[in-house]
Every structure is written in structure tokens, then in C-alpha cells.
Design a binder for this molecule. Structure first.
Ligand code: PMP
Length: 408
């Protein structure tokens, strides 16, 4: 019989635990660099102006109701999501080689993809999923839940605080054929380190040679460089090369729709005469999985994103909002680096501006991170990752001085 008394205590989620500790701290100078959520220059959450407009439009729509969405979600949203991630004139869309389902944000998309692969992806080898070392920790939990064995590929070089490209490639080469390779499309979390276009080409070459299956996780499109096409380049390149692949897409960061859970899962099959039939069979199975997991996705966030994505004027305004967010983060990188270098803080700090996206992997040790928390009320994850969005013109000087103290 079930003995609930035998259920062991699980550890608290480190990131959400950190947030709770920050909230308890009463120091007026406290700095939150933990969670990956955009903050404005006053450390406040920012509702994108374009989202406010779409929200108003939505609320004033006399036809708005609260009926269920279809199992695959809002069709206007999923088709606009395809165009966003693949490019409007993608041959994969024209040739109907893509099927897409709206999901519970990026997490739900990763989960749906993992579940689908667990059930249907059966290469001859033992089908291991490879993650970058380090990666978003939830990747492990999600793939673990569906019983897919896991390994990592080298990614971050402690020496250069950049990409360990050789290690990455060697690992892809030595992995069993047909492995699932989970890839951050841009603005890698937690390191802020992305491959160059030349490096992406080599990665694609090895993945092709080893018949691996690429699984893209795109949670920061437009947020990294401020340019949607540039941030989508790697995925579009792989699709151009004819890969069969899947994509987990999140609108949490680039629309600031964190809690609304708007996301999309895409499966793209290679060009072939029966591509459409493959896609329709895959779609039918995904629908069954979705139905058993969530029945149908939540409407609100997807409706907001859909209004923006399907209106040229609002879309352009969204792009401007994206530039506001990415621009402020890039500016903070410059200021932080300059302050550390001016102070002669031991170590090199070029990686602060070399890295992109929401996070920076500072290279601070766990001991230094804890010292920063105790002495200066600065909160970041133990691996030394900081959310750049937590820095602003009012606290960047304080933070740089705190780092200087912790490092000496
Ligand atoms: N993948 C990565 C790499 C992420 O950083 C995130 C956000 N932290 C997600 C997926 C998904 O987040 P969400 O479920 O909020 O869209």
C-alpha cells in the first residue's frame, strides 16, 4: 500500500528559494540578480507598452469569451509563431513540413517535445539526450520525467569564459548515433555564450554526420541582440539545411508574458515527397499527448501575443520594445565592465560584454557569491550567474564595489 510517510523531503528549487530569501531581506540596498526576468531602470517589472495596447484591444473585444481553445491552441498564434521562429518565407512553412502546438510557455514546449520523443523517437542506439554543460537545470528534470537518459556536452570554458568549441564538437562526434542534442538557439542560459555562425555550421555538420536529432530551445529570440532574425539565425540555418528537428519556443521573456505561459512547440520534418503525411501523423500524436497532459492550453497570453504578431504596426512597436530591453541590458554590461576595470578588480572582465542575452556567467566562485550575499545583500545563483536585467543606473556602482570587495 502507499506509505506517504516514506516520501522523502525534496530540496527547494534553488532559484525560487533565492527569490524568497531576497524578499525576506530588509536591507535597503539589496540587489536581486537571481531570476531571469526583465526589470526596468528602477528595478521594476516592465509591462511592454505594446502588450498594454494588445491587452486593451483584447479586453474591449465584444466577442471575447472564455471558451476552451482547440487542443493545439490558437491557430492565429501558432501560425504566427512559425513565421517568427522560421522566418516568414521559410520553405518549411510553404511546403507544410511544420506542425505546431501552443504550450504552457517554453517549459511546456520542452516537456511536450521530450514526451513525444520518449514515445516515438527510437533510433537503434540507446537514445540519450545531450545537454550543454551547464544548461537550464530544468532540462534535466523534464527529460528525466519522461525516462530519457541524459548526458552533457562541454560548453563553457572556465579559462576563456567563452565557448569550449573543441570539447563541444568532440562530444557530438563521440556520442552514439542518433542522440538527441538539446541546443539553446540564442542567449544561452546560464552562460550568455553563443556559437558564432561559423561554429554553428560546424555543429550542424557533425550533427548531420552522426544522425543526431537537434532539439532547439528558444526562450530569448529578440532579447539577445534586439534583432529577431539575428537571434533566430541558428534555427533557420538548420532548417535550411533540411534537418528534421523540433523547437520549444517561449514568449515569457521577449513579450514579458512570464506568468501568462504563452509558448509553442514546433516539429519540422525534412523535405521529402511524403513530408506532409509525416507531419500530419506527428500532429495527430502530439494532439493525443497534449490532450492527456493539459487538454488545451491557456488562452490569455497567446491572445495578446497573437494580436501583436499578426498586426504589422504592433509588430514594429514590439521590435522597438525589444530593442529597449536588450539595449538597456547591453548598456549595463558596458557600465559594469568599465567599473570593474577602472577599480582594478582582480581578474579579466571582457566576458561581461562578450556574453549576450539576459545572463552573464561572471566566473565568481560559490564562496564569493555567498560573501556577496552576506556582506552586500546581493542575490545571485551559486554558479556565479547574474541576471543583467537586475542591474540599473542606481545599483550598478554598488554592485561593482561589492564584487570588488568579494574578489579581493
Ligand atoms: N529554456 C530556457 C533555456 C530558459 O531559460 C527558460 C526560461 N527560464 C525556458 C526554457 C522556459 O521558460 P518558460 O517556461 O517561462 O517559458
Amino acid at each position: 500500500s502507499f506509505d506517504a510517510n516514506a516520501v522523502p523531503q525534496a530540496p527547494e528549487d534553488p532559484l525560487f528559494g533565492l527569490m524568497a530569501a531576497f524578499r525576506r531581506d530588509t536591507d535597503p540596498n539589496k540587489v536581486d540578480l537571481g531570476i531571469g526576468a526583465y526589470r526596468d531602470d528602477n528595478a521594476k517589472p516592465w509591462v511592454l507598452p505594446v502588450v498594454k495596447k494588445a491587452d486593451e484591444k483584447l479586453r474591449n473585444d465584444p466577442n471575447l469569451n472564455h471558451e476552451y481553445l482547440p487542443i493545439a491552441g490558437l491557430a492565429d498564434f501558432t501560425s504566427a509563431s512559425q513565421k517568427l521562429v522560421l522566418g516568414g518565407d521559410s520553405p518549411a512553412i510553404k511546403e507544410k513540413r511544420v506542425t505546431s502546438l501552443q504550450t504552457i510557455s517554453g517549459t511546456g514546449a520542452v516537456h511536450l517535445g521530450a514526451l513525444f520523443l520518449a514515445k516515438f523517437y527510437k533510433p537503434n542506439s540507446n537514445r540519450t539526450a545531450y545537454f550543454s554543460d551547464p544548461t537550464w537545470p530544468n532540462h534535466f528534470q523534464i527529460f528525466n520525467n519522461v525516462g530519457i537518459p541524459q548526458k552533457t556536452y562541454p560548453y563553457f570554458s572556465k579559462q576563456t569564459k567563452g565557448l569550449d568549441f573543441d570539447g563541444y564538437i568532440k562530444s557530438l562526434e563521440s556520442a552514439d548515433e542518433g542522440s538527441i542534442i538539446v541546443i539553446h538557439a540564442c542567449a544561452h542560459n546560464p552562460t550568455g555564450v553563443d556559437p558564432t555562425q561559423e561554429q554553428w555550421k560546424k555543429i550542424a555538420e557533425v550533427i548531420r554526420a552522426k544522425k543526431h536529432f537537434p532539439f532547439f530551445d528558444t526562450a530569448y529570440q529578440g532579447f539577445a541582440s534586439g534583432d529577431l532574425a539575428r537571434d533566430g539565425w541558428a534555427i533557420r540555418y538548420f532548417v535550411e539545411q533540411g534537418f528534421e528537428l523540433c523547437i520549444a519556443q517561449s514568449y515569457a521573456k521577449n513579450f514579458g508574458l512570464y506568468g501568462e505561459r504563452a509558448g509553442c512547440f514546433h516539429f519540422i520534418t525534412s523535405p521529402s515527397t511524403d513530408a506532409q503525411s509525416v507531419v500530419s501523423r506527428v500532429a495527430s500524436q502530439l494532439a493525443i499527448l497534449q490532450r492527456s497532459e493539459i487538454s488545451n492550453p491557456p488562452a490569455y497570453g497567446a491572445r495578446i501575443a497573437s494580436i501583436v504578431l499578426n498586426d504589422a504596426e504592433l509588430f514594429a512597436e514590439w521590435e522597438a520594445n525589444l530593442r529597449t530591453m536588450s539595449g538597456r541590458i547591453i548598456e549595463m554590461r558596458k557600465v559594469l565592465r568599465a567599473k570593474l576595470e577602472e577599480a582594478g578588480t582582480p581578474g579579466t572582465w571582457n566576458h561581461i560584454t562578450d556574453q549576450i542575452g539576459m545572463f552573464s556567467f561572471t566566473g565568481l566562485t560559490e564562496q564569493q557569491v555567498l560573501k556577496l550575499r552576506e556582506d552586500s545583500h546581493v542575490y545571485m545563483t551559486k554558479n556565479g550567474r547574474i541576471s543583467m536585467a537586475g542591474l540599473n543606473t542606481h545599483n550598478v556602482d554598488y554592485f561593482a564595489k561589492a564584487v570588488d570587495q568579494a574578489v579581493r
